[in-house]
Design a protein around this ligand. Structure first.
Ligand code: FAD
Length: 359
């Protein structure tokens, strides 16, 4: 049994900690007094196998059956509720983007049957394997599962010091200092700050702010409408009960921080969605923002630099960290422990390694 310290109690941290705890003594430390307060608690909760590049789509596809298995393994309520994604080409530019998506094309008339409030449809495609995710049930399931496997969670324990100690590490977190064999850096937007603290080369992570809001307007919202995603990435919306979850798909560079919504971004979402629909959105009930963190190629980063053993990144989940979590956590645990990557996860470890551009 190795001793592993996982930094970060968002989806990345709890999921890999749970997978590692089957083979290791795991301690998870979280800076905040509660888990999942940053990006994980602010997602749009979408599972869409057609979303993201190939290194995102493959772990997302592998996660589908794993979500179902986790319902039993972690004794959770249903984690996925089927909810079609409609990719919308509202103009010629949007239609051109659709050509790059691995989603089935449908006619504008079929798109309007699925979502009658669309007023601008040049082309469309749909993903009927998409779902909404019960994010908090998954997160809580991983946290409980980690404890059941003997793992420990310490909240209000920010890592303030981290230094090599022989073949392992000494980590100061909150009021405790702990000696461990391996550190897993799952600190979300703070990943490069933590690496720098440890004297480990950073990975060039860029936190980008994304805004979401719950809105309503002149038209009643039908909960059966699909998630509508502008193929040119200018907005998305989906029913949230009798209201609408909306986002302008913004990506504003940010320092790692407790992100706050900018009302101009909320207004932009309303303006763009109103222009392409008959919705007449007017009222904003609540708004929030979170940091989606990416490296240059927008694929996740899993594992250690070749010359920095014992300090593994589990980072760069960007806008896909919930939908890929089940498979990416299993992949991450295999990489950290030097085990083979499970067969159902069609992602070679080198494709997600920090040094991949040199491969
Ligand atoms: C508006 C929005 C919509 C999104 N929609 C989706 C979606 O539909 N589907 C999807 O799959 N993904 C979505 N995402 C992305 C998803 O939410 C993220 O990929 C995921 O939550 C990242 O999880 P994380 O654990 O890496 O980061 P976080 O949840 O931010 O967790 C990192 C944790 O590390 C802790 N930490 C940092 N530094 C330290 C330290 N020194 N010591 C101890 N702890 C530390 C922080 O306090 C934090 O709790 C969305 C994101 C946003 C903002």
């Amino acid at each position: 049994m190795v001793d592993v310290l996982v930094v970060g109690g968002g989806m990345a941290g709890v999921s890999i900690a749970y997978e590692l705890a089957a083979h290791a003594n795991v301690l998870l430390v979280e800076a905040e007094p509660a888990l999942a307060t940053h990006t994980t608690g602010r997602s749009a909760a979408i599972y869409a196998p057609t979303y993201g590049g190939p290194t995102v789509r493959r772990p997302t596809a592998a996660s589908g059956p794993r979500f179902r298995a986790l319902e039993t393994e972690l004794d959770t309520p249903p984690l996925l509720t089927p909810h079609t994604v409609l990719w919308l080409g509202a103009d010629d530019e949007g239609a051109a983007h659709l050509d790059r998506l691995p989603a089935e094309r449908i006619s504008p008339a079929e798109a309007r049957l699925l979502c009658p409030i669309l007023s601008q449809v040049v082309a469309a495609a749909y993903d009927d394997e998409a779902s909404t995710i019960d994010v908090m049930a998954l997160h809580d399931g991983y946290r409980r599962g980690l404890r059941e496997r003997g793992g420990e969670v310490r909240m209000a324990s920010p890592v303030t010091g981290i230094a090599r100690d022989g073949a392992g590490w000494r980590v100061a977190a909150g009021s405790e200092t702990t000696a461990v064999d391996v550190v897993v850096n799952a600190a979300g937007a703070w990943v490069d700050e933590l690496a720098a603290k440890a004297g480990v080369p950073t990975i060039g992570l860029r936190p980008l702010r994304r805004t979401a809001a719950i809105a309503s307007g002149a038209q009643p919202i039908d909960p059966a409408w699909p998630l509508v995603c502008d193929a040119a990435d200018r907005y998305y919306f989906r029913p949230e009960g009798r209201r609408l979850l909306i986002s302008p798909s913004d990506e504003t560079p940010s320092e790692p921080c407790d992100a706050k919504p900018d009302e101009l971004d909320v207004a932009l979402a309303i303006e763009r969605i109103n222009a392409d629909t008959t919705l007449e959105l007017r009222r904003v009930h609540t708004a929030w923002a979170g940091l989606r963190s990416f490296v240059a190629d927008r694929s996740p980063v899993v594992g250690a630099w070749p010359d920095q053993p014992g300090f593994a990144f589990f980072a760069g989940q960007g806008g896909y960290g919930i939908q890929m979590a089940p498979a990416l956590a299993a992949l991450g645990a295999a990489v950290v422990l030097g085990h083979p990557v499970p067969d159902d996860i069609d992602v070679p470890a080198r494709d997600v390694s920090p040094g991949r551009s040199a491969n």
